[in-house]
Design a protein. Structure first.
Length: 305
């Protein structure tokens, strides 16, 4: 074999074995200066898993509100709208295959997010939009009611995946979620193809569940409950699940791995007394979690005629 043919053969082999470039993901959520919640958590997880991330902050906070009061800085409506227009007109949007939205600072932002999602989907018919409807927790709503209503009425109809916690699901659906079968029924009313209910009722004692309600039925991923869990677990789970879905994993595998990673990270963080998720120190947990979780199929009640 001539040297020229040998070099070409090696070059072809390198190209064939080179890892394929992963698509970009656009994250729209809150940004904190210190801490591991919101956009900081989402972006770290996505980038650690090899994705290029576009970031659009809806608000800037010094830290999570649960850690103390702080100044809130948000772009005015006109400035935010102009940024969105520039994003929608960008040629680079063609490589954005996923959109992940979280906390919204005002109603006007929600209309702009609608424009972004529609622009992405017009460029990429297989793009995935995950809407994390960050509106409240068991203590009640922590956004103004018009924001929660706009998320329900404008963003959820566009979503391929939604990830409400149990309180958010109850508020958005108007139905109870205290029992697992109630949570499944409530998730079905949202009209989203796949809904992941975080902190869903678990069958095992002293456990919590992430409940996937999708077109192929319902699936519960359970793990032991960790007391004193840091803030940001929902943000992290949403990002990890989306990353694994965009990497070609099935819904079941994506949720199982995302749940195991989040559980492992919570356990490791709480063990050393941290108020934050220590994902920078335990990056391996994001990629290859060792924690054990339990998977089971959920029998759904037949729909009423």
């Amino acid at each position: 074999m001539s040297l020229e043919r040998f070099v070409k053969k090696v070059e072809h082999k390198i190209r064939d074995n080179a890892p394929k470039e992963k698509p970009s993901v656009l994250v729209i959520s809150s940004q904190v200066v210190s801490g591991c919640v919101g956009m900081r958590s989402m972006v770290f997880a996505l980038e650690r898993m090899g994705f290029n991330v576009w970031m659009l902050p809806t608000i800037l906070l010094p830290w999570h509100p649960g850690q103390g009061r702080g100044e809130r800085i948000s772009a005015n409506d006109e400035a935010f709208k102009h940024i969105v227009e520039q994003i929608c007109a960008s040629d680079g949007l063609s490589n954005v295959k996923g959109v992940l939205s979280g906390y919204m600072a005002n109603v006007a932002q929600i209309s702009d997010v609608v424009k972004i999602v529609e622009a992405v989907k017009s460029r990429n018919k297989d793009a995935v939009y995950l809407c994390d409807p960050v509106i409240g927790d068991k203590g009640g709503l922590y956004v103004a009611e018009p924001i929660a209503e706009a998320i329900r009425d404008q963003l959820l109809p566009l979503a391929d995946v939604s990830t409400p916690n149990r309180f958010e699901l109850a508020w958005l659906s108007g139905f109870g979620t205290d029992m697992e079968n109630e949570a499944v029924a409530a998730a079905r009313t949202l009209g989203v193809e796949r809904t992941i209910v975080t902190s869903s009722p678990a069958i095992r004692r002293n456990s919590i569940s992430n409940l996937l309600v999708g077109p192929r039925g319902s699936l519960a991923i359970e793990h032991a409950e960790v007391q004193g869990a840091p803030h940001g677990t929902g943000d992290l789970l949403s990002a990890l699940y989306l990353a694994r879905c965009l990497s070609g994993q099935s819904d079941e595998d994506a949720l199982k791995k995302a749940t195991a990673s989040t559980f492992e990270l919570v356990a490791r963080s709480v063990k050393v007394g941290s108020d934050d998720l220590l994902y920078a120190e335990h990056q391996d947990s994001l990629i290859q979690p060792m924690a054990l979780v339990n998977t089971r199929r959920v029998v759904e009640a037949p729909e009423r005629a």
